[in-house]
Write a protein that binds this ligand. Structure first.
Ligand SMILES: [Fe+2]
Length: 456
């Protein structure tokens, strides 16, 4: 279906009368339109183009399905096309406008003309629009290129060549060469299991992820999550003053900083009393952790109450038991973070709260609320940390900061713990930069070497 156009200039008065809904045109209008049509050779190619489209459609769908051209304002008229189809035994007509976008001034009027002239026993199904049909968009795109310039098989999205799930968390990579996920995780998997696979039901995500942006490089976040508990008494000094953290600023030093290999880092803080054991998790989760088939891990996690770390390069986690208000008990929650780099000094944070399926509904809710009040984007800890990352980013870009080196040597005189029984290399005392430096060493490898996973 299309608008219709006169075959000769002689037909102009009658054509214009039909276009004007039956009102005869003035002589001036007829003269003007004849002049316009004269400028394009005396006639419009619309009818030929529409007939050619019909021929192409016939060739595509075969002789079984009749195709007819109908114009609203000139021969062949829509009513004649419908009569022709009905005479051929057609009972269902699909009306396709030769304009992809809907308009009340064109397409609606073609549809109205067809409905008004519909023979008895024939159903009419108009296509209102197809401007966003993928094949039309593709056709337009192809028009913009010379045929041999657009080699589509060589273009398109970059395929994710390896996709693997780790207890329901899905990881993908573009590289065909990097090792499989479990091999890449290595010893980090041994620790991750104490977070997402510590009960038969496993972990589940609570609610939707919270997403926000921070004006800092994504490695600021990683640095914070490779284990820097020494920032607590300073960056979160106001929380100490509120009495929400233990008064001894060195209390956070009790635990292990662990380099789990392949760039993965974490720290495990030691439980000072029994109720803090097993990350301070409720009995319905503890009962399963007490039955961990790995006796070394069972003993290690029994004595741990805080676990923070990063799966190289940009997936971090925080398992913490914390007070969110003066009058509420400390509550454990598990938070996973993805640091999405969206610029040299801009990071999008994706933050998920995970709970164990076996947890009571009441504990799950308390866990979520505690996260929101502390480490959600409006949380009392998160507000401090975001301000620090952004302010450090601003200061570090200044002339004075750029002309001095930063000192990264805290705790480096310490030797790896010889009595540590867990996986990886561990140092006693978490106030150290061993893990952060191990992370940056791995990152440098990935920048410098063509195949960093293959070793030095
Ligand atoms: Fe912090």
């Amino acid at each position: 279906m299309a608008h219709g156009t006169p075959s000769t200039l002689d037909e102009m008065p009658e054509y214009l009368r039909l276009v004007r809904g039956g009102r005869p045109p003035s002589d001036e209008l007829v003269a003007e339109m004849r002049e316009n049509y004269g400028a394009i050779g005396g006639r419009s190619p619309l009818t030929e183009i529409t007939e050619a489209q019909a021929d192409a459609l016939r060739a595509r769908i075969g002789p079984e399905i009749p195709v007819a051209v109908g114009m609203r304002n000139w021969r062949p008229f829509i009513k004649d096309a419908l009569a022709q189809l009905a005479a051929a035994g057609v009972t269902r007509v699909i009306g396709i406008p030769m304009a992809p976008q809907f308009s009340t001034l064109s397409v609606q009027k073609y549809m109205d003309a067809a409905t008004a002239a519909l023979p008895a026993g024939v159903a009419f199904e108009p296509v209102r629009s197809f401007h966003a049909h993928p094949m039309l968009l593709q056709a337009f795109a192809e028009e913009l290129y010379e045929p041999d310039r657009l080699k589509k098989p060589e273009l398109g999205l970059i395929p994710v060549t390896q996709v693997e799930s780790y207890h329901g968390m899905i990881f993908g990579t573009w590289s065909k060469e990097v090792p499989p996920l479990t091999e890449f995780l290595g010893d980090m998997g041994w620790y991750l299991d104490t977070l997402v696979a510590r009960t038969p039901g496993g972990a589940e995500m609570l609610g939707t992820p919270q997403v926000w942006e921070v004006d800092a490089n994504w490695k600021f976040a990683v640095d914070n999550f490779t284990g820097d508990p020494f920032h607590l008494p300073t960056a979160h000094g106001s929380i100490y003053q509120l009495g929400l953290l233990p008064p001894d600023p060195m209390a956070g030093n009790n635990g292990y900083a662990i380099d789990a290999g392949n760039g993965h880092q974490l720290l495990l803080s030691t439980a000072a009393e029994e109720k803090m054991q097993y990350y301070g998790l409720p009995p319905e989760v503890r009962v399963h952790m007490e039955q961990d088939a790995d006796p070394v891990r069972r003993e290690l996690i029994k004595n741990s109450f805080f676990n923070v770390g990063t799966v190289f390069p940009n997936l971090s986690f925080l398992q913490i038991e914390i007070k969110s208000q003066l009058d509420s008990p400390p509550t454990a929650f598990l938070n996973f973070r993805l640091w999405e780099p969206i610029g040299p000094t801009k990071t999008r944070v994706w933050s998920w709260v995970m709970v164990d399926k076996e947890m009571s509904a009441e504990f799950k809710k308390r866990s979520y609320v505690t996260y929101v009040r502390t480490f959600g984007p409006s949380g009392i800890y998160e507000q401090d940390d975001m301000e620090n990352w952004e302010e450090c980013t601003r200061v570090n870009s200044g002339k004075v900061a750029q002309s001095h080196d930063l000192h990264h040597g805290m705790g480096l005189h310490g030797k790896p713990s010889t009595d540590y029984t867990g996986r990886g290399t561990a140092w006693w005392g978490t106030f150290t930069e061993h893990t952060a430096l191990a992370y940056y060493r791995e990152w440098k490898k990935w920048i410098d070497q063509p195949a960093p996973w293959a070793g030095e």
